[in-house]
Structure formats: structure tokens, C-alpha cells
Design a protein around this ligand. Structure first.
Ligand SMILES: Cc1cc2nc3c(=O)[nH]c(=O)nc-3n(C[C@H](O)[C@H](O)[C@H](O)COP(=O)(O)OP(=O)(O)OC[C@H]3O[C@@H](n4cnc5c(N)ncnc54)[C@H](O)[C@@H]3O)c2cc1C
Length: 501
């Protein structure tokens, strides 16, 4: 490689997987370079302006992907230092122990993981400490074993939400405090808004930049380059080792050599990079790169009681797992329910364009807003491919009848709890918020690109540590599991790869 710079470890992407892995490796003292496609997100008046965020989409990328029918769409995929976590809801929940085992659903089954919950548990605890998770154990019957308590107590319910909690209990539900990564006092000091889907400009969200990356960059051997878009991975002549990457850095094309390459560009972009790097793809002897794309089946549910006003600001403090391990009657599981960040009229208007905001305000003042989520099952035909230089995302939803069952069951309970009007709407397919599965781990190199430590079976010095690695999507939010595995992989690299020379 001409003009090349050489580093020990090169990480592509500074989101949940990349930043957390950097934090886990920083103590080794080796030179680590993180290349991040986006810039740091600076504070601005738009950062807390619901109209700017939801109606004008000022934080969305200037990019279009193709869907399965070849139609272009603008994806809700965010390119900033910290990746999608800059806008995330900061629900930092563990996958349940059962999620690591095969699960039978109404329409198909999950295959189980190549390792069990107990294997990942120590790193879940470490991830909770790194991301300063607020939570409490003992309210949720699906809660798996914790070897360490949450570092902070739960984010308090606002008074209106405390009443919702009581109403749900009165109809036999068991709401639990959602584990959250947010310093609520600091967040509200900047402006009284929810944080879910709002960008974090350093004002209290525990995200990949403010936690993982800050921790890593406290070490002098770790460097971040913003506006550095990796375009290709460069295999060496033997085809086995990855010699480095080619990237556009501040508009200049550069090659950087590395002893270890850690890909963490997100489940769609990591698959796209592997596929675009050479004919047939990199790490793709299995043919599985880009396949098994999953994104949760999810819907917004608005429960309206015309007699009571919901004056909460952030709302997002409750979860319900009563239908997570089964449907409540011993049948197959349905999914998880959690409060959405508070939906206000300017937010609702981004979905109901023709209605005036004042009319939507009548609804949103009286609604409690929920996020219902069901597992999406791995399907080889649900996939990311390249169409020339463009990403094509052909998401084939699965397990939709479980999701319908979840909505039906939850709506019945909400009506019983005194919400006579309950409406729901599936989340937009253009929002790949919980994208995963495209470069999955497994025990068999013929069906999975990665081994259980996220090392490419085909390339001993290549790892993929973002949401791509997830062999199943489970029915709860993915970020903490991505962080836990990134820390586990970092320890593995430090022990096996960095001690070899
Ligand atoms: C609105 C929203 C709300 C969410 N809420 C939650 C929640 O409450 N809880 C939860 O668990 N999850 C939530 N998620 C999902 C969560 O944010 C993701 O699961 C998580 O960020 C995925 O981590 P990752 O490392 O795979 O990718 P990301 O965090 O997206 O990081 C990928 C990084 O790679 C960079 N990159 C991409 N291509 C390149 C390239 N070619 N070269 C260099 N860099 C590149 C990107 O800019 C980005 O910084 C939410 C997501 C969204 C969008």
C-alpha cells in the first residue's frame, strides 16, 4: 500500500459496537484508530425542536437506499460520532436468558445462539457500569440473573405515569421500571423534552459517544478521526488477512494498514462494506453476509382517556414483559411493551401530515404512548445486497401474527384499564432502528460468517462487533447486548491476539 499509515487496531465506526470495543481495548496500550464516517453532533436550537427533528428531518442522512422492489427511500440511519445511539431511546435492557435458546413462535422458530446467557452475563454487568444504567431488579419475572446490581436507581416515573402504572396493575399487568441510560436532571436542564429519537448533544444521554468513546479517548493510545468514511476493506495477497482499509478522510482518499481490523459500521453498512470490498464479498465463504437481516416488528400504540390529561414530559419509564415468554395463556411468546418517549402534537404531525397541530394536541394531551415490539426471525432471503454502489435492503418481515397477537392482547388490557380509545400504527419500514443479523455469529463456518467471538471464520484478523453479529433479534432493545458482546470480544482480542507477539 502506497503512502500508508499503520496502526495496531483499526475500528470502523464509533457507534455502540465500535466505541464500546474501543473502550474495552484501550487499556492494552496498543495504537487504536477509530474511523467514523460522520461528524460530532454539535448543540443547536434544532437539537430540542420536535418540528426540526420529526417534521423537517434535519438530523436524517442525505442518503437513499433501495427497498426490495428497487424503490429509493431515505433511511432513518444516523451518521454521527456515536452512531444511532445519538438518537436512541437509551433503553439498556438485557436479552432474556431464554432468548439465547431456540424459541418456537406461531410462525416459525429461532435457532438459539452459539453460547448461552451465562457466558455473556459478566459483560452485561460491565456494560451496565460503562453506560451508567439506571434500573432495579425484582419487578420483572423475565429478568435474567445479574451478578451485579445496576449502578444507579431507576429514572423516576412522572406523576401522570405513576398513575398509569397503578391502572395497569389493577388489570393484572406487572409493569417494571425500564433500565435507562439517561441522567434525567441534566437532560431536562437543557430543555423539557423527551430524549427518545431526540439527538444527544452532550446533555445527559448515556450513548456510545458520551460513555464508550469518552472512556476510550481518555487513553492516549486511542485516536478518533471524524468524517472518515471507509469505502473498502483491503485483503492481503493471500486472501486470508485483511491488510487495512481504503477511506475518504476529509475528502482525501487514504489507505491505512492495520494488524487487526474491527468492523462496526452498523448491520446494514458493515454488510454493504464486506460485499462491496471485492467480488463475492469479504468474510463470505458461507454466502451469509447480508442475509438474515432483522428489524423488530414494532408499532406505536396510543391509549386515550378523554377524562385524564397526560402532562408528562419524558414518559419513558415503564416496561411490560407479561407476554414475553408466553402469550399469558401458555401459548407462544408475543413480545415486549414499553412506553415511548412522550408523543406531542409536532411529533404526531410527522405521521399525520394533513391534520393541524392544534387538533393533534387535543389527542396527545390525553394519550399515553406505547411501543409494542415482537421478535423478527432470521430468514436468509431477508437481506442487504449491493446494486452497483447503492445499498439495497430487502427486509422480509416475519412473525407478524405474534405482533398482531401482542397488539390485540395489550389493547384489551388498556381498554379494561380505562382507556376507551386505543389506536396503533406499525413503525415505518424506512426506520431500520433495530437492524441486525447480517454478519452473524455461529458455530458452523458454512452457515455463519463469524465465530462466537465475532472473528471472521475466513480472516483471522477481522472482527465484526456491531449489531450484525446478532444471530437472533430477541424481542427487546438490542444496544446493551451489542455493548456486552463488544466488551467480551475486546477481552478475547486482548488475551489471544495482542499477547501473541
Ligand atoms: C431512533 C432510535 C431509537 C433507538 N432506541 C433504542 C433504545 O432505546 N434501546 C436500544 O437498545 N436500541 C435503540 N436503538 C438502536 C440502537 O441505537 C442500535 O441498536 C445501536 O446503535 C447499534 O449499534 P451498532 O454499533 O450496530 O451501530 P451504530 O451505533 O449505528 O454505529 C455504526 C457507526 O458506524 C458509522 N459508519 C457507518 N458506515 C461507515 C463507514 N463506511 N465508515 C466509517 N464509519 C461508518 C456510523 O456513522 C455509525 O457511527 C434505537 C435506534 C434509533 C435510530
Amino acid at each position: 500500500m502506497a503512502n500508508r499509515e499503520t496502526v495496531e487496531i483499526l475500528i470502523v465506526g464509533s457507534g455502540m459496537g465500535g466505541a464500546t470495543c474501543a473502550a474495552g481495548l484501550a487499556h492494552t496500550g496498543v495504537r487504536i484508530l477509530i474511523l467514523e464516517r460522520g461528524p460530532r453532533l454539535r448543540d443547536s436550537s434544532d437539537a430540542r425542536d420536535a418540528r426540526a427533528i420529526f417534521q423537517r428531518g434535519v438530523f436524517r442522512p442525505q442518503e437513499s437506499w433501495l427497498d426490495g422492489a428497487g424503490r429509493p427511500f431515505n433511511p432513518g440511519n444516523y451518521y454521527y460520532v456515536g452512531g444511532n445511539t445519538k438518537l436512541y431511546g437509551a433503553v439498556l435492557i438485557r436479552f432474556r436468558a431464554q432468548d439465547f435458546e431456540p424459541i418456537a413462535y406461531r410462525e416459525g422458530a429461532t435457532p438459539g445462539w452459539p453460547f448461552g446467557y451465562d457466558e455473556l452475563e459478566p459483560w452485561y454487568s460491565r456494560a451496565e457500569q460503562l453506560y451508567k444504567v439506571r434500573g432495579t431488579i425484582g419487578f420483572d419475572r423475565t429478568e435474567p440473573r445479574h451478578s451485579q446490581a445496576y449502578p444507579f436507581g431507576p429514572v423516576p416515573d412522572e406523576p401522570a405515569i405513576a398513575k398509569v402504572r397503578e391502572r395497569l396493575k389493577s388489570v393484572g399487568l406487572n409493569p417494571f421500571p425500564l433500565p435507562l441510560g439517561v441522567d434525567i436532571d441534566k437532560w431536562l436542564q437543557r430543555a423539557k423534552t423527551p430524549w427518545d429519537a431526540f439527538p444527544d448533544t452532550g446533555t445527559g444521554k448515556m450513548d456510545a459517544e458520551s460513555c464508550g468513546l469518552d472512556d476510550a479517548l481518555a487513553h492516549p493510545n486511542v485516536e478518533l478521526r471524524e468524517n472518515a468514511r471507509v469505502e473498502r476493506l483491503l485483503p492481503e495477497a493471500d486472501g486470508k488477512r485483511i491488510g487495512g482499509v481504503e477511506a475518504l478522510i476529509g475528502g482525501e482518499r487514504r489507505r491505512i494498514a492495520a494488524r487487526i481490523v474491527i468492523l462496526a459500521a452498523g448491520a446494514v453498512n458493515s454488510a454493504a462494506l464486506l460485499l462491496a470490498s471485492r467480488e463475492g464479498g469479504i468474510a463470505n465463504c458461507s454466502g451469509a453476509v447480508g442475509r438474515h437481516f432483522m428489524n423488530h416488528n414494532s408499532s406505536a400504540v396510543l391509549a386515550i382517556d378523554p377524562r385524564s390529561v397526560n402532562d408528562s414530559v419524558y414518559q419513558k419509564t415503564l416496561g411490560i414483559n407479561d407476554f414475553y415468554l408466553d402469550d399469558g395463556r401458555g401459548g407462544p411468546p408475543l413480545g415486549n411493551i414499553q412506553l415511548l418517549g412522550r408523543v406531542t402534537a409536532p411529533i404526531l404531525k410527522s405521521n399525520v401530515r394533513l391534520a393541524p397541530e392544534w387538533s393533534l394536541n387535543v389527542i396527545t394531551r390525553r394519550s399515553v404512548d406505547w411501543y409494542a415490539m415482537s421478535e423478527d426471525l432470521p430468514n436468509p432471503e431477508s437481506r442487504v445486497t449491493m446494486d452497483g454502489a447503492r445499498i439495497r435492503l430487502d427486509w422480509k418481515r416475519s412473525n407478524w401474527s405474534a405482533h398482531e397477537g401482542l397488539l390485540k392482547t395489550f389493547k384489551e388490557r388498556l381498554r379494561a384499564a380505562g382507556y376507551p380509545i386505543v389506536v396503533s400504527r406499525p413503525f415505518d419500514r424506512r426506520m431500520p432502528s433495530h437492524q441486525c443479523g447480517t454478519v452473524r455469529v455461529g458455530r458452523d463456518p458454512s452457515t455463519s460468517p463469524l465465530d462466537p467471538y465475532c472473528r471472521a471464520w475466513d480472516h483471522p484478523n477481522l472482527f465484526v462487533v456491531d449489531a450484525s453479529f446478532l444471530p437472533t433479534s430477541a424481542g427487546v432493545n438490542p444496544a446493551l447486548t451489542i455493548a456486552a458482546q463488544a466488551l467480551r470480544v475486546a477481552d478475547h482480542i486482548a488475551k489471544t491476539d495482542l499477547q501473541r507477539t
